[in-house]
Each structure stands twice: as structure tokens, then as C-alpha cells.
Design a protein around this ligand. Sequence first.
Ligand code: GDP
Ligand code: MG
Length: 170
Amino acid sequence: MEPDQVKIVLIGEARVGKSSIISRYISNTFQEFGTPTLGCAYHTRQLNINDKILKLNIWDTAGQERYHSLSKSYSRDSKIIILVYDITSYESFKAMKRWHEILQKEIVLPTTILGVFGNKADLIQSEEVPIIEAQKFANVINASFRKTSAKENAGIEEGLIELCKRYLKI
Ligand code: GDP
Ligand code: MG
């Protein structure tokens, strides 16, 4: 049986940890300093859920977060969109909400599964975004909410599995 191809994109401000989340999920690596150079447009990993085989094609933003616009080719056909903020930056949370507004204008959201990842959960002592507020926003936009840490490898795998289950309607 051919695996089901699932395009997943990560969206959020620069420095929130999008590339780090992908590196952790794809190659179980983390770099403390500097942006990991991922090199290609997307990375793939196979995920088996029950009797289903999914080929996850996970897209990283190639610096386009600076322009506050998304190319249509980037969001086109995405089955799952993960909005990422940094729990230590309220600015990044507000920016994430703006990204959601841009998405609503540019793509057909009703068919897309949404996730919200509050990354850098290991920096809990510097948390700036009230968890209640983040959860509330996720509820309003019908997104699955997770706190994640690319550094400590927390929440990422679970978050992706949850989103894929929603995609498969299981
Ligand atoms: P991107 O611009 O959204 O792709 O963000 P990067 O993945 O380049 O990460 C930006 C910075 O945050 C880098 O210095 C990473 O090492 C750091 N970073 C990413 N994820 C985490 C995390 O979960 N915890 C901590 N403490 N730092 C992180
Ligand atoms: Mg990056």
C-alpha cells in the first residue's frame, strides 16, 4: 500500500524554534546556538498509526517569516499547519495570531488541521504567555495545543501524532 503523503508546515516568528522542532523530530538533534541549516524545502519521516502508513513531508519556512507573507506554494495543499510561538516571548504569541489571520485570508482553513505549539517549554521560569490564554486561543481556532521543547525533546512527537490522528479522523 502506498503511504499517504501528508504535507505539514510550521509557521511563526523567526527564532521561535521552528527549524529546531523539525531537526528534533527528523534527526533527533538540537543545536543550542545558531539556526540549524536544514538545507532543503522539506524533510520527510514515516509515521505508522494503527494500520495506516503516513509519509510526513514537513516544511520549514525559508526565512520568509521576515516578510510577513506566505507564498501560496508554501501553504498550498498543506494538510496540517502548526503555528509556533515561544513561551518566553509574548511578542511571538501576538505574531502567531497575526500569522493565523494571514492564513485565513490565503488558504482554505476549514479543511486544514491546525496545531499550536508553545515552544521552549524548558524555559518555564521565563514564561511570558499565560497558558490559559494560549489554550483559549487554540480552542477558538480549533487547534490542538501543546507545549513543546526542541531542546529537551518534549511534546513534539506526541503533538504530531495527535494532529495526524485528527487528520486520519481516528
Ligand atoms: P526558527 O527561526 O523559528 O527556525 O528558530 P530556530 O530553530 O532557529 O531556533 C532559534 C533559537 O532558539 C536557536 O538558538 C535554538 O537553539 C533555540 N531553541 C529552539 N528551540 C528551543 C527550545 O525548545 N528550548 C530552548 N531553550 N531553546 C530553543
Ligand atoms: Mg528556521
